[in-house]
Design a protein around this ligand. Structure first.
Ligand SMILES: [Zn+2]
Ligand SMILES: [Zn+2]
Length: 386
């Protein structure tokens, strides 16, 4: 069922069946017969629920064809995508005329929503709704944006660091340590912790204070009804990760330039065998320079204050994982296509050259900056075989 849904979603994405018309989007074009009786009644149900009637109907012989419109994020998932470009053009010429990047993006989001429609409801939804309502009733937007973001950042950072921190005391986890000849020491971890607190509260907190003004300027909603679905959150986080990874690759490479390396980036490379807490151990200027990549994606993809927190959580999870120093089996993050992982970034700390990207491997592959890493892997493979 899920596979079928994904295939349909893919067909919708590739076919570009969605098209903008002002603020509305044609999310489904087809006939009653194509969507089957179940899909047809779902369309009608959504029309009633969301007050977005299908306002384009036309009889073609015995077949009734229509275009179902909906607006932005509220768009319902299409019941059964049918890609019939010629028929669409005949029925509504400018649907096909508006065929560009925005169409592909909106189709991709709708495809994700389609997948969401075939998955079961989240059982935690009522509790989350209650908690969110309590927060909105008892705190101002400024308090939520400022203190909420600070708490989310601090709580998630140290929570995600905890497993890696505990691994050093568990003998059976030592076989997963990447650089086994360089164990963590209390001295290094204490130095790192002190620098972290300075960075978090002196450099990052003033930036966090800008969150409220950012959400006001871009009219980012806080209410429960505008809350994006988790599939949309995931897709948007992935989009942000692609943008951040690109920024990180090129700026990180520049920071490694021999003329400026010693002034800024050297701090992050103080420990050649990384550990989770080291993820944000960096010169204040690096926190600002590389941290800018975190905000660019937000400008493009943010549609709710909750998304800001979801992206913070995703980015922290990823950066702490790649700095953990442990390559644990069955790590779900490796399900992400082209995910770099701990071994990839660990090599960067060990070797100083190559593997500059933060999340994905494609930039290093494309620009051949992973060649030293590949040779190292070959060598390691050869040693194991002997
Ligand atoms: Zn570096
Ligand atoms: Zn690093």
């Amino acid at each position: 069922m899920l596979m079928l849904g994904m295939m349909k979603a893919l067909a919708l994405t590739l076919g570009g069946a969605a098209a903008d018309e002002g603020r509305r989007t044609c999310v489904y074009f087809g006939s009653r017969r194509d969507c089957g009786s179940g899909g047809y009644s779902r369309i009608r149900e959504r029309e009633r629920e969301r007050d977005h009637p299908s306002d384009l109907w036309q009889s073609e012989g015995e077949e009734e064809q229509f275009c179902f419109y909906s607006s932005g994020e509220e768009a319902g998932s299409p019941p059964l995508p049918q890609v019939d470009g010629r028929a669409a053009e005949r029925l509504h010429p400018h649907i096909m005329a508006a065929n560009g990047t925005s169409d592909i993006l909106s189709s991709a989001f709708l495809a994700v929503e389609y997948v969401d429609a075939v998955l079961p409801e989240n059982p935690l939804q009522p509790s989350l709704k209650h908690a969110w309502g309590y927060m909105l009733d008892n705190y101002t937007k400024f308090q939520i944006a400022t203190w909420g973001s600070l708490i989310v950042h601090e709580f998630i950072y140290f929570l995600f660091c905890l497993p890696g921190f505990l691994f050093q005391f568990l003998p059976f986890m030592q076989k997963y340590k990447i650089q086994q000849d360089k164990p963590e020491t209390w001295e290094k971890q204490w130095t790192c912790f002190k620098m972290l607190l300075f960075n978090h509260f002196v450099i990052q907190f003033p930036l966090i204070c800008g969150t409220y003004y950012f959400t006001e300027f871009f009219s980012i909603p806080y209410d429960w009804d505008s809350m994006p679905r988790w599939t949309s959150l995931l897709a948007r986080c992935f989009g942000c990760a692609v943008v951040e990874d690109t920024w990180h690759y090129f700026l990180h490479r520049i920071l490694h330039h021999r003329r400026i390396y010693k002034y800024i980036h050297k701090v992050h490379h103080e420990f050649t065998a990384p550990f989770g807490m080291q993820a944000e151990y960096a010169h204040p200027l690096e926190t600002i320079i590389l941290g800018a990549g975190f905000f660019i994606g937000i400008m493009i993809f943010c549609n709710h204050v909750f998304f800001l927190w979801a992206w913070v959580a995703f980015r922290l999870l990823e950066t702490i994982d790649v700095h953990s120093g442990y390559d644990i089996p069955l790590n779900p993050l490796h399900l992400i296509p082209f995910y770099a992982g701990a071994r990839f970034h660990d090599f960067h700390h060990m070797n100083f050259v190559g593997n500059y990207a933060s999340t994905f491997t494609w930039w290093d592959k494309l620009l051949n900056t992973d060649n030293q890493y590949n040779k190292y892997l070959e060598k390691q493979g050869g040693k194991k075989e002997q």
